[in-house]
Design a protein around this ligand. Structure first.
Ligand code: ZN
Length: 533
């Protein structure tokens, strides 16, 4: 049985997850995600797929996050008409998330085209529209956890709870018949476990090959339970209130927003934090909240923990952009939750633009921030940031709270891999930046796995699989140089340099000093033009 596994995304980076497994007469995708972060990486979203869309028979979708599902409408637009297998909550969440993503694509392209027009450059088309997203929903087929489904003749799949977000699964793919079956387990994204909102991640014991995520492969987080997490949140609220407020929380719309709302309500209710109005300024988060109210059942606790969100008097759901503008007039202590979680898009940018310069404001970051995103720059302590072509001084208090991660930490990942033993073949590490991949590899080695069996695939690399071996094979050339997926690109470098130059010019003691500074830059530019690179 000849099997080939390709990594067309989330290879040496955490976005664009897309694995392709092909064999005798079949070609299937596990996830079809969008690249996010540096512009060079995002540019891949506009390029054709690195495979022949016509040959794809099926898509196995692990969960609804855009970095795993966001290119499905593009796949449909390119002619794909096969099934997209997903759990019911994943399907319902995709319905709101992909439509939102389509709107974002349309909005971004409209913005870009206005600029392209001014500069006399050709106009571009959105990757897909909200309408394309809607049409894609017709391809979804629901699967239940634990049930074995036939994907194509000779290939079956089973979905296991991954505890990462509502509906999230690890997917076990079984290829072949009778004695000759090769199993490959894709972890998808794994949750931290021990939460009221989600089941603990699980999976089969005994697989041939494993593809495991490595987002936090190099980091151990403090282990906290619900009470501990709420105590930390309450402390942040008290400090933000003392600083004068308001508190701004960039929030992932699906999962994180709902958890934060529950925790905010709980700490205010318990009197541990100053009471105030809470604004959820994200249409996507509001629509997703409806899905959580309907499908948020936790099978471990046999309860829907999201029920309190239905009737909370101090939570306000802001659907229209006009609602968002009205927040400018608020003077009392209040909390704003807005997307996107990494501050790259959405209404959060508007609030950051109007509030970042104020010392009494607190920005509390609770989620993973990929390299090159505005959220990461803020978390790293940048004092000047660029938002949609404008510079902004950062005087607000920037705080991070890492107890809300939807991802397992390094210990959790190792534990999950150990529980999948025996593993006959290789362990592929995906969905991690290079440091995280190295960190996870070291930890797996320390717990007894052979280094030769630990693989860190680069973008577009391919491997031939037998039941106990994986062999790197030459495939189409990679769309990026190895190691370039998670680094800051020249766009970031330019924005950074220009911002620092502007600040230095402003801070110079005299006009003469300003002129000298500019002449020095001029000289350096001339010299570098004469030196061959
Ligand atoms: Zn995810």
């Amino acid at each position: 049985m000849a099997l080939t596994l390709n990594f067309h995304g989330a290879a040496e980076c955490v976005t664009g997850y897309c694995a392709r497994l092909s064999g005798d007469g079949f070609d299937i995708l596990v996830d079809c995600g969008m690249f996010q972060g540096p512009k060079t990486l995002k540019a891949l979203n506009y390029e054709p797929f690195p495979f022949d869309v016509e040959t794809i028979d099926a898509v196995l979708l692990t969960h609804a996050h855009i970095d795993h599902s966001g290119m499905l409408p593009k796949l449909m637009k390119a002619g794909y008409r096969g099934p997209i297998f997903a759990t019911a909550p994943t399907r319902d969440l995709c319905e709101v998330m992909l439509a939102d993503s389509g709107e974002i694509q349309e909005g971004e392209v409209a913005f870009l085209n206005r600029r392209n027009q001014h500069r006399g450059r050709p106009l571009v088309e959105p990757v897909y529209t909200a309408r394309d997203a809607k049409r894609t929903m017709e391809l979804f087929e629901r699967v239940k956890f634990d049930e074995v489904v036939e994907v194509v003749p000779g290939v079956r799949a089973r979905y296991w709870p991954a505890g990462h977000m509502l509906g999230a699964a690890s997917v076990e793919v079984m290829v072949g018949e009778g004695e000759d079956v090769t199993t490959i387990l894709f972890s998808g994204d794994l949750g931290a476990g021990g939460q009221d909102y989600l089941p603990d991640p699980t999976g089969p014991a005994g697989v041939d090959h494993l593809v495991v995520e490595a987002t936090y492969g190099d980091r151990e987080r403090q282990a906290v339970d619900t009470a501990g997490r709420r105590a930390l949140l309450a402390e942040e609220l008290r400090q933000a209130h003392k600083a004068g407020g308001p508190l701004l929380m960039p929030t992932f719309a699906v999962g994180r927003a709902q958890e934060l709302l529950l925790d905010l309500l709980a700490v205010m209710e318990a009197g541990d934090a100053p009471r105030g109005q809470i604004f959820l300024d994200s249409p996507l988060a509001i629509e997703a909240t409806d899905v959580f109210l309907e499908r948020g059942w936790n099978r471990d606790t046999e309860d829907n923990p999201f029920r309190p969100l239905r009737h909370a008097a101090n939570v306000h759901y802001l659907m229209k952009p006009g609602d968002s503008d009205r927040l400018e007039r608020l003077r009392d202590w209040h909390i704003i939750l807005a997307g996107s979680g990494m501050c790259d898009a959405g209404r959060i940018r508007r609030h950051l633009k109007r509030l970042l310069w104020r010392r009494e404001v607190t920005v509390l970051i609770t989620g993973y921030q990929a390299v090159g995103t505005l959220g990461r720059l803020l978390a790293d302590g940048k004092k000047l940031v660029r938002i949609q072509g404008e510079d902004f001084q950062v005087r607000a208090r920037i705080r991070t709270l890492d107890v809300y991660s939807a991802h397992a930490d390094a210990n959790g990942l190792v534990e999950w891999v150990r529980a999948r033993q025996p593993i006959r073949g290789d362990i592929f590490m995906a969905h991690g930046e290079p440091n995280s991949l190295d960190g996870l590899a070291q930890r797996l080695e320390r717990s007894g796995f052979y280094p030769a069996k630990l693989v860190k695939p680069a973008l577009d690399q391919a491997f031939d699989l037998t039941r106990d071996q994986a062999q790197r094979v030459e495939a189409a050339p990679s769309r990026l140089q190895p190691g370039r997926a998670a680094t800051l690109d020249w766009h970031n470098a330019r924005a950074d340099l220009l911002a620092r130059l502007a600040a230095q010019i402003e801070d110079a003691p005299s006009d003469e000093a300003r002129l000298q500074l500019l002449l020095a830059v001029e000289r350096a530019m001339k010299e570098s033009a004469q030196t061959p690179a």
